[in-house]
Ligand binder design. Structure first.
Ligand code: FAD
Length: 413
């Protein structure tokens, strides 16, 4: 029996580890465009010069050998031939009995004139993007970052180590609009501004001025103003890399559609990670990969994390955790906050359930919020401040025991 895994990100790697554990005798082939498995979350540290290329790896050096995984890097999959149970690659076809598609996502360029054809517009998803930006920034003076989500702000933070004039353009009224609220975003914005970064909020890039060498020299914003630039980094969205399917008859919604067991619409073909469009974060990709592997190996485990998003960041030594719906506001919600100059805590409740948690400054003991939100625990019986509930109340990691302990603590307090 041969399993082929496409992708060596967290989804592919955790799937390979689980498969090798459950069925060590089966042949596992891993195909990846990446030369070696590396963490995209650390790419900004490569860009800033904090890490070298080899320090981006997130697996042990002998990960593949120890598990007898046939890793084939620098291989590009172009399509899946379902009729013949094989994937087509630039190095020839590879047959499978079971297939896991874990090729992640690709950045998208906003629909601004010339963004697609200009030579100085970059995305930030792969190591090759980080290398290209690094190279371009050696001779550049002015960088424009379009989008202030986590990727855009990672790039801005990394480029602080270059002698550059940096501007961030964001259509929303605050930076990190999906992960923060006004208070939290404002604190980060002030730190970035103190470090010299300029922000243009509430406006979008709408047009460009090109030079004779096909470089964009100026970006015109929706309010009619313009920003001169030598390098543009587009950090305004990603989409699941469903292009690897070619014409394969596999159901695609936003990403490759999977059921709770990470099965696609095609027998023996599974998908996990960003390519499914279920979420765009590392821990979820790992968990989806693991669950896909359990089911590919004949087990039966469902993925239940579909509706809980979690983001963490740390800029200028100020950490932030954002879980669930942190921007929810209005009559249907109860919002609790605690604020000091360095700390900010916010909980959003609908009826008797916490649906969002935002912490900035001190993340100690915040692990509990993802659990409460994900498992929709009724907190109406809690009589002391919700901010005092702590993960320290839960001393073991067994899910059932943890759950019953949590429920009893919630009832007691
Ligand atoms: C700059 C940046 C910062 C991030 N920061 C965070 C963070 O702080 N926290 C967090 O939780 N998440 C973060 N993320 C998101 C996180 O990295 C992704 O959710 C995660 O990597 C998804 O894992 P994956 O295995 O699905 O895909 P990926 O990690 O994208 O891996 C995809 C794999 O598929 C391979 N591949 C793609 N196309 C082909 C092809 N045609 N043929 C063969 N192989 C192919 C690639 O080479 C790669 O090995 C960040 C992402 C970026 C880009």
């Amino acid at each position: 029996m041969r399993t082929v895994i496409v992708g060596a990100g967290p989804a592919g790697i955790s799937a390979a580890a689980e498969l090798a554990k459950r069925k060590p005798w089966e042949e596992i082939i891993m195909l990846s465009e990446d030369e070696f498995p590396y963490s995209r979350c650390m790419l900004h540290q490569y860009l800033s010069g904090e890490r070298k290329e080899q320090q981006l790896s997130f697996t042990e050096a002998d990960f593949m050998e120890r598990r007898d995984i046939n890793f084939r890097g620098k291989v590009k999959v172009s399509s899946v031939d379902i009729g013949k149970n094989r994937v087509l690659t630039d190095k020839g076809p590879v047959e499978y009995d079971k297939l896991l598609l874990a090729a992640g996502a690709a950045y998208t360029l906003p629909p601004v004139p010339n963004f697609r054809n200009a030579k100085n517009v970059y995305g930030f998803r792969d190591l090759k993007d980080a290398k290209a930006i690094k190279e371009a920034c050696i001779s550049a003076k002015r960088v424009l970052i379009v989008g202030s989500g986590l990727v855009g702000m990672d790039v801005a933070y990394a480029l602080l180590s270059y002698p550059l004039d940096i501007t961030v353009v964001e259509m929303a009224s605050r930076i990190l609009p999906l992960q923060t609220d006004e208070v939290c975003a404002r604190r980060y914005q002030t730190l970035f501004e103190n470090a010299g970064i300029h922000f243009r909020l509430g406006v979008g890039a709408s047009d460009t001025v090109m030079d004779a060498e096909d470089n964009i020299r100026e970006v015109i914003l929706s309010d009619g103003s313009s920003v001169p630039c030598d390098v543009i980094v587009a950090a305004a969205g990603v989409r699941p890399r469903v292009s690897i399917l070619g014409n394969a008859d596999i159901f695609v919604n936003r990403g490759i559609q999977v059921d709770d067991y990470m099965r696609t619409s095609c027998p023996n073909v599974y998908a996990a990670g960003d390519i499914t469009g279920l979420s765009g974060i590392w821990p979820n990709a790992m968990e989806q990969g693991r669950i896909a592997a359990v089911n590919m190996a004949g087990g039966c485990e469902a993925y239940t994390d579909r509706f809980c998003t979690k983001n963490t960041s740390n800029f200028f030594g100020l950490p932030m955790l954002s879980v669930g719906s942190v921007g929810a506001d209005g009559d249907n919600y109860t919002v609790l906050t605690q604020e000091t100059p360095r700390l900010y805590k916010k909980l959003i409740l609908r009826d008797d359930y916490v649906i969002g948690a935002l912490f900035q400054g001190d993340l100690a003991g915040t692990g509990i919020w993802q659990y409460l939100i994900k498992n929709k625990i009724d907190v109406s019986k809690v009589e002391k401040s919700l901010f005092q509930i702590s993960i320290a109340d839960f001393h073991c990691f067994d899910e059932d025991a943890r759950k019953s302990r949590l429920e009893s603590v919630v009832k007691l307090i």
